[in-house]
Ligand binder design. Structure first.
Ligand code: NAP
Length: 419
């Protein structure tokens, strides 16, 4: 994937190997809108042998650099900043008068992430997972922020995952590995419950919004933050190097919030017949978001209708199909997820839905619930009984409760307004 530029157009962008999931073009677009300077930001997926030619391209003004070229490109640079010399890797190149200067804005970005998390790293013992490029920038930033002891946990180093018990007294964990990153959502590099003194968990991963260890930290009431603040803060620092324009720090938070609003899934839960599918269609019409209806996914996969599955196999196999569909749907971003009414019966569905989503409970009085084609909505009495059992579960699962007692458009607009 390589973006094309018009002849004479100034070239900015991201150099890496696999870039299809990058948020960087969106972020630089937003930074340009908040600042005075606007530029086209492309993606340059390159093989190692193409890098020299790319760096000599006429009109090249600025590049961010990601895996696996953060060290490779240093051989082509004329000027290397002190933080790059210290970290040993660059993520930002600026071309001025034909000369290439290398910077590291991951360092600045991580410092901002620590600040945004409210986690105090001064005088703390910190475990940094992974020993790659990002880990090196993190370690430098933590040193400068006054950490007492920094231990790098590496699969090959003296401190590994098989002797973590030596560091049970750690105060803070920073994940600088790709473990838990999309599409391996919910994978964990370690079990944070083994560290009883933890006062903070930071994960550089930004997709999903909440990784496995961040979900665990949330459950345990430990302060935590994911990598989106770092991603935007490092991009803001790169924007400033590219353009000589300065943006206030508040722009970072504004862009983080804008990105979250766009990338979070809208998850709709509620009783069978409460209007989830119709509301999903209306939200899609109003926002352009795609819908994932987990019942439809199950029908596609099993080639049976939902009543047929219940009749031929029973409820238990259906709940397994549903869990599998939710595991997959929960990995998506920026979608509308319409779920079957019983999705809340399995608590294991919650992390999948919560990691990237805002969960809306569509509440509707029992008398108003639709019953056609719904195997478990046999009679008004059954529905009433079901509603009584499920109501507390819906309320426990959801972030926001919506009363569907007006028009479908009212409910859809209320959801979009509360996202
Ligand atoms: P990298 O250079 O590939 O290094 C990752 C390190 O993680 C490796 O050196 C390795 O360390 C460890 N690792 C890799 N696979 C592993 C596995 N399966 N199990 C356990 N450890 C594993 O990547 P990076 O550039 O440092 O980036 C690391 C992570 O940070 C990525 O998820 C990246 O997306 C994220 N990141 C985020 C931002 C941001 O702005 N939010 C910026 C930069 C990077 P050992 O061999 O020592 O175990």
């Amino acid at each position: 994937m390589t973006t094309s530029f018009e002849p004479g157009e100034k070239i900015y962008g991201l150099l890496g190997h696999k870039l299809s999931h990058s948020y960087s073009p969106q972020i630089h677009e937003k930074l340009g809108l908040h600042g005075k300077k606007h530029y086209k930001y492309g993606l340059f997926e390159c093989e190692p042998e193409d890098i020299a030619a790319l760096l000599k391209t006429e009109n090249l003004c600025g590049l961010n650099v990601t895996i696996p070229y953060k060290q490779t490109v240093l051989a082509f640079c004329d000027d290397i900043s002190p933080e790059v010399l210290r970290i040993g890797a660059t993520n930002t190149l600026v071309v001025r008068d034909g000369k290439i200067s290398a910077y590291n804005t991951d360092y600045t970005g991580f410092k901002y992430m620590v600040y945004a998390s409210g986690i105090n790293v001064r005088d703390k013992k910190i475990l940094v997972l992974g020993s790659g490029g990002a880990s090196k920038a993190v370690v430098c930033a933590l040193e400068d922020l006054g950490a007492r002891e920094i231990v790098i946990i590496s699969r090959n180093g003296a401190n590994g995952y098989d002797n973590l018990h030596l560091h049970q007294n750690a105060d803070i964990i920073v994940n600088a590995t790709p473990v838990g990153m999309y599409p391996n959502n919910l994978e964990r590099p370690l079990d944070i419950r083994a560290f009883p003194h933890l006062s903070g968990v930071l994960d550089l991963i930004y997709n999903p919004d909440l990784t496995g260890i961040l979900l665990d930290a949330e459950t345990l009431g430990i302060p935590h933050l994911g990598g989106l603040h770092m991603l935007v803060a490092q991009a803001k620092a790169a924007y400033e190097l590219f353009t000589d324009d300065t943006l206030p720090d508040s722009v970072t938070n504004t862009v983080v919030n804008e990105l979250k609003r766009e990338s979070l899934n809208i998850v709709l839960i509620g009783m069978p017949g409460c209007g989830k599918s119709t509301i999903a269609k209306k939200i899609s019409e109003l926002s352009g978001r795609e819908i994932i209806d987990t019942d439809e996914e199950i029908v596609k996969k099993t080639r049976m209708t939902i009543p047929e599955i219940f009749r031929k196999q029973g409820e238990l196999p259906f709940r397994t199909y549903e869990h599998e569909a939710i595991l997959e749907a929960g990995k998506s971003t920026g979608k509308i997820l319409a779920l079957g009414g019983g999705a809340i019966l399995n608590p294991d569905n919650y992390p999948s839905l919560h990691q990237n989503g805002r969960i809306f409970f569509i509440h509707r009085e029992t008398e108003l619930l639709a019953t056609d084609g719904r195997p478990l909505s046999k009679s008004p009495e059954t529905l009433k009984e079901m509603q009584k059992i499920r109501l507390p579960l819906y309320q426990e699962f959801c972030d926001i409760e919506i009363e569907n007692d007006g028009t479908i458009e009212d409910a859809a607009r209320e959801i979009l307004g509360k996202l």
